[in-house]
Write a protein that binds this ligand. Structure first.
Ligand code: FE
Ligand code: ZN
Length: 480
């Protein structure tokens, strides 16, 4: 055994100092340990000493895949392999719902949104000295205020007229038709910063500058010592008769072989089953027409994912949870079908995986964004995700296609800047970046349905976006 191990290593050009050989041979995995340690070293020494190896002796050994190996060799200070990793839910609505659905709830809900986004806007230089709406509009000079948009309309002369409101009052804000701001898409119920001037009559404010909460300008995802990747797999739609069995099997095969060395987390951001009665005529498009049987089939499929990969499942608008957002995680009778190793989360949800903050949102509101903001389309959902980040809210528009539950706290505010922001729902696939945040739209495992065909909607299925948690590098695998 001893000679064989040293021979293998010598053949790979690895020489060991005698005490280093003792350390290596004392392990149950001597060859893998040395290979793994070497891959993590910024420079390969001619002869390995105990001091070279000791930093790696306590860490679990991860088999090195060629790409990861390249990354480590070219990357900054030797990252340590992290075998078990760490994962936690930072925040979602599960167990925190206070919703009673009366008028007072809505006032409280919008008030919480206003307060949270106002706090972000208050740090902006352009808004220093901003005043409450009734006070600001009394002065015949430059006006700065923070307010929520109640209404946007175009006047018969081609100007735009907003009605804005804060917790003390409301006022009209005019955007002149020749203003560079005339084409800004301002959506209902977003919170904005206003720099303007009161009109001579004093009955409205003319907008000169629009300030959005947005993300900090100079923000990057600093490399960390995490050694693994997270994969995203949205809109599985198990139970649909257009579920893509073959691409799914190819993807699972990849996870079982190459993938398990690269990926340790798999996030499934909603529409995990096709559901029952979600749209008219759905019964004709189902392969499994019982909701429990759909989840059982999903659970069987997830059992094929290797044990070393942690699976995190979130509901979407097709799932058996309340449709109003934020959605708590799956109810007990569904949750008990899942293996206890699978983590079930709400929608949206802030997660932390190996020190990276991830905001996972199924993305129902993408329909409202695409319908309300000029220039957005289903072909490029990442552009709509940027609009969310600029406004620091996932679904501001009340009364659109996204049902909102008036919780005490607005869980759809993006009050913390994530490292990775992920959506699904639109069955598109894409990777983007906005001010250091990785943007992921996580494809689907359902082929075009007759309903989608009728609406001329072309999905981009069977893709698996992956983000390396250490380097932030992204890639997209295609299982078509
Ligand atoms: Fe879907
Ligand atoms: Zn959906």
């Amino acid at each position: 055994m001893r000679d064989r191990v040293l021979d293998i290593l010598a053949n790979e050009g690895v020489l060991l100092e005698p005490s280093a050989a003792e350390l290596v041979l004392a392990r149950s995995d001597p060859v893998d340990f040395v290979r793994s340690a070497l891959a993590s070293m910024p420079q390969q020494p001619l002869v390995l000493t105990v001091d070279d190896l000791r930093p790696y002796a306590d860490a679990p050994v991860v088999r090195i895949v060629p790409k990861a190996l390249e990354e480590v060799r070219n990357g900054p200070p030797a990252p340590l392999p992290r075998g078990d990793g760490d994962f936690c839910v930072l925040r979602d609505i599960t167990g925190n719902s206070t919703c009673e659905g009366n008028i007072i709830d809505f006032a409280r809900y919008f008030n919480d949104r206003f307060k949270k986004i106002k706090k972000i806007l208050s740090t902006r230089r352009e808004l220093v000295g901003c005043l409450p709406v009734p006070k600001a509009t009394k002065f015949d000079r430059e006006v700065r205020m923070i307010a929520m948009v109640n209404e946007v309309r175009t006047t018969k002369n081609g100007h735009k007229l907003l009605e804005v409101e804060d917790d003390e009052g409301r006022c009209p804000v005019l955007i002149l038709k020749d203003s560079p701001l005339i084409n800004e898409s301002i959506v209902n119920d977003e919170v904005i910063g206003i720099v303007g001037k009161t009109s001579t009559k004093g009955d409205l404010v003319v907008l000169n500058e629009l300030v959005r909460p947005d993300l900090p300008l100079r923000r990057t995802m600093q490399p960390s010592d995490s050694w693994t990747s997270v994969a995203f797999m949205s809109d599985v739609h198990v139970g649909s008769n257009t579920f893509l069995h073959k691409p799914w099997d190819r993807m699972v095969h990849w996870l079982k072989t190459e993938g398990k060395n690269e990926v340790q987390y798999l996030v499934v951001p909603g529409d995990v089953v096709d559901g029952i009665g979600v749209f008219p005529g759905q019964e004709d498009e189902l392969e499994i027409d019982d909701i429990f049987a759909q989840y059982e089939s999903l659970v069987d499929r997830l059992k094929e994912v290797p044990d070393g990969i942690r699976v995190i499942v979130q509901p979407g608008n097709h799932d058996a949870v309340r449709p109003a957002e934020p959605q708590p995680t799956f109810p007990k009778d569904i949750a008990k079908l899942f293996d206890s190793s699978i983590s079930l989360i709400g929608n949206p949800c802030y997660l932390e995986i190996e020190g990276r903050k991830i905001l996972s949102y199924h993305g129902r509101s993408l329909d409202d964004w695409i319908g309300s903001v000029q220039g957005l389309s289903y072909n490029n959902p990442m552009e709509a995700m940027k609009e969310m980040l600029k406004r620091r809210h996932m679904a501001p528009i009340y009364g659109g296609r996204t049902p909102l539950a008036p919780e005490k706290e607005d869980f759809l505010v993006i009050d913390e800047v994530p490292d990775i922001f992920i959506t699904g729902h639109v069955h598109g696939a894409g990777i983007g970046e906005y001010r250091g945040v990785r943007l992921i739209c996580a494809s689907t495992w359902q082929d075009q349905t007759p309903f989608q065909k009728m609406h001329n909607f072309n999905p981009d299925p069977a893709k698996l976006p992956i983000v390396h948690l250490g380097t932030g590098e992204t890639r997209m695998l295609d299982f078509n």
